[in-house]
Design a protein around this ligand. Structure first.
Ligand code: ADP
Ligand code: MG
Length: 133
């Protein structure tokens, strides 16, 4: 699927939210600036999060309450080659069936995730971004 602008990425995230079945674990794969966090902003809006989403690249994780229970937890492990103490946090959040977890730069934790978790790949193209589900 081709995404030509930031707005289209937000729209894609918003629509994707309607298809999310919880518990959901979504790994986002793509280079710096590909649009992973932009996708999460749209997804969050579609899930009914009221607060603005900001990148968790410095805080590693950010968590948002979802209407009706559960949380959207947004991880960015870019600065964390070893998940260390974050493993407990990740496990706790994986165990709540009402949660939606979205993970950027998940290489260091991928072996902790269920094998059948969702992977969304975002690549740069001449026309914008290509999404592979
Ligand atoms: P990542 O989290 O993958 O590092 P971000 O979502 O933080 O990336 O940033 C993507 C940047 O690229 C934003 O500044 C956004 O405005 C810009 N952008 C330009 N075109 C697109 C597109 N087609 N899809 C997503 N983002 C785009
Ligand atoms: Mg990001």
């Amino acid at each position: 699927m081709n995404i030509r602008s930031e707005q289209e990425m937000l729209d894609f995230g918003r629509k994707y939210a309607l298809k999310v079945v919880r518990p959901a674990i979504i790994e986002l794969i793509g280079d710096v600036g590909a649009g992973k966090t932009t996708f999460v902003r749209g997804l969050a809006e579609g899930l009914g999060v009221q607060e603005p989403i900001t990148s968790p690249s410095f805080t590693i994780s950010k968590s948002y309450a979802l209407p009706g229970g559960g949380r959207l937890i947004h991880y960015d492990f870019y600065r964390l080659p070893e998940p260390g103490l974050m493993v407990d946090d990740l496990m706790d959040n994986l165990n709540d069936e009402k949660n939606v977890l979205v993970i950027e730069w998940g290489e260091s934790v991928v072996n902790l995730l269920p094998k059948d978790h969702i992977k969304i790949k975002i690549e740069y193209t001449n026309e914008g971004r290509k999404i592979t589900l």
